[in-house]
Design a protein around this ligand. Structure first.
Ligand SMILES: Nc1nc2c(c(=O)[nH]1)N[C@H]1C(S)=C(S)[C@@H](COP(=O)(O)OP(=O)(O)OC[C@H]3O[C@@H](n4cnc5c(=O)[nH]c(N)nc54)[C@H](O)[C@@H]3O)O[C@H]1N2
Ligand SMILES: Nc1nc2c(c(=O)[nH]1)N[C@H]1C(S)=C(S)[C@@H](COP(=O)(O)OP(=O)(O)OC[C@H]3O[C@@H](n4cnc5c(=O)[nH]c(N)nc54)[C@H](O)[C@@H]3O)O[C@H]1N2
Ligand SMILES: [Mo]
Length: 776
């Protein structure tokens, strides 16, 4: 058994392991956070910046999409929000001299962590065809290059316009407007890899692809089920809301293959007693097998149906469709199969049922643990069935709560960043601007990769994000990008997508949330602009940065889209791009006329705290679906089949990362420090597979195409995860996710259920299967 770390990078690849923690802090864990922030920003900038996060006159935290309470705390941010802010407000810089000193090949050999730690991009940079170094270019020349390539395409559908979820509403609206005036719906976004399954399941069943609860509902709920989510790391401020709900008498069930520290105990750093003891959050922990959630909810639904008086007959009769068919399917759910699929005990499921039946107001929260499987859409539909059965949608304290990731990913969708736009949205766009937007559906993330791979798409443009690292099947994706004629990234920080390029490449540096955005008005005076965002609960509010920009050459995202559109479209445009660039209020006036719920946008967003978007199921129990009612659905139950001697691998986030941005090498709550190449394995599985704590293995994924996908040199960490289930960090493991392994309907990469085998890691590159132990 290999127990020496592989020769990789000694600083990054020698992880240390201690016991996992059982409690997490929500808001600011003071000492730790300030240290990280000060390393990047210095003392004064840290103080100035952090106090503005999520305040009514401040900027929206570039971390997660969790909403702000109406009565904000003076420090309304968490440790991980502070890290996100520090990453952006860092004083480190990536200048033309930096690029002159390092070839693209050199940079491509560095880790994503190293690239991100170099600092903020300061100049537009250009990699000419055949060149080996990026060189500085003017903005005008950069736009010329893009226009040259885009206008040489056989069809606008050979261009792809990706968006990551930090983009403001204003920038997103302009960006989709530009793509559609150019003539394409190729607008893939990070949501395709994230909550697309939630959107697909919810629009079909309740008529709107968004959550139906507000913060107030969580406070009023008497039962909150948190399934497939790790709020202690990814939505720390949610823990304060859960604590408040508990104080009001709510009970909490967490459904997760891993015991996650934040859900066990929460130490609220804002109260002295919280900091000392913390509050237990979870009343019942269901340590489910990966992918077992649909089976779990199906059986609970059957048990509800079997209990006299448990179904809200009045609601079902008045507001739903498809009950009979669903009930018939649910009644055939069996204990045995459910126990096998979930790995739970009969007693645990009976306890769950008792809590469900005792509840009058239930909320279900979920994130990537439910959305990134082959059967994610039917899983989330089953959650909807569960809530509908007891009338838990459209009344206070109850509903669906998909917890979004990126801080404005929900807003970007509302603004029309979608490859399959609704006809009504396109009609409104057409009416407002007077051009005919394309009607055929465009490419999502997975289809965009295929199009680039096959030479059907030739220009790739990204508004933020790190497409190469975030996407599945890294080798396929990288090869696909390298086939492009031109790749362009509007970015704040250096990342791998800048160094795995098409024949020509551009990096366009942009302002972040924390920075002042001045635009020169018609009178020649510069005026401070603000942007708006929508959080996970459909609240829209303003975000104003105050820091001086990272450099004088940075442009705002709206200004970049305007410059690009003017140059690419030339005289072929009916959109007043100059006006939009000068004054973002003019953009909001158009949004107000195109997007329902934004009437009188400028006036309403001027109110501190902003406003809530309408949500028919929540507000009036109206379900704008095809049937005009909330739809029960009756899909067959699915769960992953695991071949002998294999593990089901989920790829997740450590405490020290934001997606592909690595803040540091520790995963504090899970007791892992100093490295990321670890694989968490259940003790009995480790024994059965003939491996042990501290061994080094390769992860090899098995998929029906027979292609070998290997991630070498992972340290085994014996960890209390569910049987048969393993976990390792993304994006290091994206090489293992086959491009074609996606969720039905939503096409989201199934990055939470990859069948892998472990092989002993050999430095000479030879492969050898682990010996199966006698116990097996
Ligand atoms: N600090 C920080 N904050 C973030 C991010 C970040 O990277 N860092 N990313 C942001 C983004 S874009 C997003 S989408 C969110 C992601 O937020 P999460 O969804 O919390 O992120 P993951 O780390 O992917 O965690 C998935 C959770 O689901 C569990 N899980 C995995 N498979 C299953 C399953 O089959 N069933 C059940 N019931 N559970 C399962 C895992 O054990 C884990 O607890 O966070 C956002 N906020
Ligand atoms: N295996 C696996 N793969 C996954 C996931 C998983 O759980 N497992 N999760 C998926 C999910 S949920 C998501 S959301 C995607 C994330 O996919 P992306 O959103 O594409 O990736 P990020 O890492 O969030 O993007 C980071 C980059 O965004 C840029 N950036 C930061 N702030 C700004 C800004 O204000 N403006 C601009 N223009 N650029 C900015 C910086 O240059 C930074 O390097 O990854 C997905 N991929
Ligand atoms: Mo996400």
């Amino acid at each position: 058994m290999a127990t020496k770390p592989p020769k990789g990078d000694p600083v990054q690849d020698a992880p240390q392991v201690t016991e996992p923690k059982h409690a997490a802090a929500g808001l600011l864990a003071i000492g730790h956070t300030l240290r990280i922030a000060q390393q990047q920003m210095g003392v004064k900038r840290t103080a100035l910046t952090l106090l503005r996060v999520n305040q009514k006159d401040g900027f929206d935290c570039p971390g997660c999409a969790w909403p702000e309470p109406d009565h904000r705390h003076r420090a309304e941010f968490c440790e991980n929000g502070a890290k996100a802010v520090a990453e952006e407000a860092t004083l480190r810089r990536v200048t033309p001299e930096f690029f002159a000193a390092r070839s693209v090949a050199d940079l491509a050999g560095r880790s994503g962590y190293w690239l991100g730690q170099q600092g903020r991009l300061t100049h537009p940079m250009y990699l000419p065809e055949g060149g080996d170094h990026y060189e500085p270019v003017t903005w005008e020349r950069a736009f010329d290059i893009i226009a040259e390539e885009v206008n040489a395409l056989g069809s606008p559908d050979e261009a792809v316009f990706y968006t990551s979820g930090r983009t403001s509403n204003e920038a997103a609206f302009l960006y989709q407007l530009f793509a559609r005036e150019l003539g394409t719906n190729n607008l893939p976004d990070c949501s395709n890899m994230c909550h697309e399954s939630s959107g697909s399941a919810l629009s079909e069943t309740i008529g709107i692809g968004k959550g139906s609860v507000l913060l107030e509902d969580l406070y009023q709920a008497d039962l909150i089920i948190v399934a497939g989510q790790n709020p202690g790391t990814n939505h720390p401020r949610m823990l304060s809301a859960l604590e408040k709900a508990k104080a009001n008498g709510a009970r909490i069930i967490s459904v997760n293959p891993l015991p996650e520290a934040g859900l066990e105990r929460f130490k609220n750093p804002q109260t002295p007693q919280g900091l000392l003891q913390g509050a237990a959050l979870t009343d019942l922990f269901l340590q489910i097998r990966i992918g077992g959630d649909q089976a779990l909810f199906r059986l609970i639904n059957k048990l509800i149906l079997d209990t006299d008086g448990a179904v809200d007959e009045e609601f079902v009769h008045a507001h739903t469709h498809g009950f009979e068919e669903f009930a018939q399917a649910a009644r055939s759910a069996g204990w045995e199969e459910t126990l096998r699929a979930t790995g739970l005990t009969r007693k645990e499921i009976e306890e769950t049922l008792a809590m469900v039946l005792a509840s009058k107001r239930t909320v279900v929260c979920w994130a990537m643990g439910l959305t990134q499987h082959k059967h994610s859409v039917p899983t989330i539909r089953e959650v909807v069935n569960f809530l509908l059965l007891r009338g838990n949608i459209g009344r206070p304290g109850a509903g669906v709560c998909p917890v979004r990731g990126h801080s404005n990913v929900q807003g970007d969708r509302t603004m029309g960043i979608f490859e399959r736009p609704a006809p009504a949205f396109l009609d409104a766009l057409e009416k407002e601007f007077g051009f005919a937007p394309p009607r055929e559906h465009g490419l999502d993330v997975v289809r965009a990769i295929r199009a680039l791979r096959d030479g059907d798409a030739k220009v790739f443009f990204a508004m933020g994000g790190n497409f190469v690292s975030a996407s599945p099947d890294t080798e396929v994706t990288e090869a696909a990008m390298r086939r492009a004629r031109l790749t362009v990234h509007v970015s704040t920080k250096l990342n791998r997508s800048h160094v795995v390029t098409g024949a020509r490449a551009l990096i366009l540096p942009t302002l972040g949330r924390t920075e002042r955005d001045l635009q020169i008005g018609p009178n020649g005076k510069s005026t401070a602009q603000f942007v708006t965002v929508e959080d996970s609960m459909g609240m829209v509010h303003a975000s104003r940065g105050r820091l001086a920009p990272a450099g004088p050459h940075l442009r705002s995202e709206p200004a970049i889209v305007c410059g690009l559109a003017r140059r690419v479209l030339g005289d072929d445009t009916v959109v007043p791009w100059e006006e939009f660039e000068r004054d973002y209020a003019a953009i909001r006036d158009r949004i107000a006329r195109v997007v329902p719920g934004f009437e009188d946008f400028n006036a309403r967003v001027a109110r501190p705290g902003g406003f809530a978007l309408p949500h028919a199921p929540r507000d009036e129990r109206r379900f704008p679906t095809a049937t005009g009612r909330a739809n029960f659905t009756a899909a067959p139950v699915e769960y992953p089949e695991l071949p002998e001697g294999r593990l089901l691998l989920q790829t997740l986030r450590s405490h020290d990362q934001y997606n592909t941005t690595i803040y540091g090498l520790d995963d504090r709550y899970r007791g892992i420090t100093g490295g990321r190449r670890v694989v968490l394995v259940n003790p009995e599985d480790a024994r059965a597979l003939g491996t042990a704590e501290g061994a080094y293995v390769d992860l090899v994924s098995e998929w029906k195409d027979g292609v070998e996908r290997r991630a070498p040199g992972f340290r085994v960490v014996v960890y209390p995860t569910a049987r048969g289930c393993a976990a390792a960090y993304y994006p290091e493991t994206n090489v293992l996710v086959p491009l074609d392994a996606t969720a039905d309907t939503s096409n989201t990469p199934a990055s939470k259920s990859i069948v892998v085998r472990l092989e002993e890691h050999r430095e000479d590159g030879a492969e050898s299967r682990l010996e199966q132990s006698a116990a097996d």
